[in-house]
Design a protein around this ligand. Sequence first.
Ligand code: ZN
Length: 459
Amino acid sequence: MTKKYDLLIRGGLVVSGSKIRKADVGIKGEKITSVEPRLPQGEAGRVIEASGKYVVPGVIDVHVHPVYEDDMGGLSFTAAHGGTTTLIHFAYAKPGMKLIDTIKKFKEEGLEKSYLDFGIHGALFDPASQVEEIPKAFDLGVTSFKMFMTYAKLKWMTDDYQLTHAMDVIAECGGLAMVHAESGLVTDYLEDRSLKKGEDQKEVFLKTRPDYLEAEAIFRAISIAAVMQCSLYIVHLSTERGVEPIQRAREEGQVVYAETCPQYLTLTDADLQKLGPLAKIGPPLRTDKDRLALWEAIQRGRIDVIASDHAPKIKKKEDPFFEAPFGSPQAETMLAISYDEGVNTGRINPCRLVQLLCENPAKIFGLYPKKGVIEKGSDADLVLFDPNQVQTIQSKTQHSKVPYTLYEGRRCLGMPILTMQRGKILIEGGEMKGKPGDGRFLATTINPKLKLPSLGGRG
Ligand SMILES: [Zn+2]
């Protein structure tokens, strides 16, 4: 006789964005079929004991770069170990590349290699030649598009004319514009001036990328988005000064989402001075005042999403700082670090963490309630999180291909001990049970009228 449930997760604390309840979770096939105080154990193929553990929705990491040391296979492998079940990748269409071809290539690679379900954002490096392809991207299930307002020297920067053009087209299609907001040309001048003076680029890294330039670019992007009536998403917000223009626009009813990353919530320029090139990321690690201001913004509902900006590159502490590439591995540590720094310090409760890591990203990208919540009818994507288990983060036990982590030696209270995707156990006992190609492609959709519970100030 077939059982009513394939799996029953028993007696855990089931966390959503609004409440924590002690409940059993019944799973049949790929779906959650019951969440009730007590379910009959005899009707389950396997019972997983979860008392004293949190049962949280699988993390949805919407900011990852599978084009460096971890490809779509490797990235999903390392992320799954950290409690992530869904990824949204940036498909980098570099100058000279077609947007649609790039999206198709990423989709194919993901279907072949990914352990996790995944969506795709278009990333436009040359909007002048790529914007016209945006409407076709919607037919492929890609509805969000990122542009850089910085890295002018690298020729990655989108100027205001092209940004406006892109937002015009994105708004027309009902999509979401995403920006890396830093004033590229001003940064380049400051850097050139400093190089001419022969200054140590590590020491002045923060000074050549001051907070004003993030706030300026955010305000500029918001202004253009307001004129073009385009929904906007600010990736990796890193400064106190950047919070204000976002909040003001939200109070005026504009659709502007804000994301930050675990590294900006835990590390500062002091860590950069110790770790050198390993901690060279863009935007830079900021001051402790900025870090604390980001936590306050999270507490006040002014930041919607925590995502990793996972971009692992080969580099060493001793490398010349200026030549070292930007980026660090972050996907696997995100849940544990955010929990330890946010929940264990009393800054936020587990519900707020679930909003930031699961529920809000699912809602913003149209994956909710299939993803991002533990409810009857949702995909059985979930994580058992043991709040009493201590782990010491070490690169040798991490699964990224790069041999370092910015959190080496950090003790975290609380760790994910089981990751499940669509009813299938992916990680148990630290072992990957899934295989490449298990992941499915997820089309995103953007709702311009979305109201998130965290948007306290929005009318
Ligand atoms: Zn990024």
